[in-house]
Design a protein around this ligand. Structure first.
Ligand code: HEM
Length: 160
């Protein structure tokens, strides 16, 4: 048997006894299963982007609108007005969390002045937001950052 052929045969026989799982380690690496947000990404991205924020907004506004005490704020709004407010809240949260959106609504003071929102209303709204974030299984770190982004707005929304 020629020397080179004997050598090739030996290599083939050796490969035949190496488990596929080991050989696979040398194959072209697969791309990551799914794009995952990294710790240094914007809060917007870590929350899951626009669709996630829209879902959070719908759930949060749904809780407020059906709350026995908060529902009064949304009585008398046309469907179109509700849709406009909802869209403005989504875009507001997008900007507040570092997303690539533009907020075209009114500033918080103008939008809430005359509504007479009280401390109690605020407490109920913050609780409702927490319930929403828990429902969507938002991790504690991101929940803290969302509340941190909204807390400074209180003086522009409450008691006006
Ligand atoms: C107790 C808490 C709150 C109540 C009862 C409340 C109620 C309302 C109501 C009734 C409107 C519609 C006003 C109108 O169209 O004339 C409104 C608009 C809005 N609210 Fe609130 N709000 C509260 C807290 C917040 C918070 C925490 C945010 C921040 C994310 C927020 C963001 C907005 C935005 C972006 C608009 C739309 C402004 C526009 O369309 O120009 N609100 N809110």
């Amino acid at each position: 048997m020629p020397r080179t052929f004997r050598h090739s045969l030996l290599v083939v026989l050796m490969l035949a006894f190496i488990p596929a799982s080991v050989l696979n380690n040398f194959a072209t690496p697969l791309p990551p299963a799914a794009p995952q947000a990294a710790a240094q990404d914007s809060l917007y991205k870590r929350l899951g982007g626009y669709d996630a924020l829209a879902a959070v907004t719908d759930d949060f506004l749904g809780r407020l609108a059906t709350d026995p005490k908060e529902g009064r704020f949304f009585v008398g709004l046309s469907t179109d007005s509700k849709t406009r407010v909802r869209q403005h809240v989504v875009d507001f949260l997008c900007v507040a969390t570092g997303g690539p959106c533009k907020y075209t609504g009114r500033d918080m003071e103008t939008a809430h002045t005359g509504l007479n929102i009280t401390e109690d209303d605020w407490t109920i709204a913050v609780k409702a937001l927490g319930d929403t974030l828990n429902k969507f299984k938002v991790p504690a770190r991101e929940q803290g950052e969302v509340v941190g982004a909204i807390a400074p707005l209180k003086s522009k929304i409450v008691g006006r």
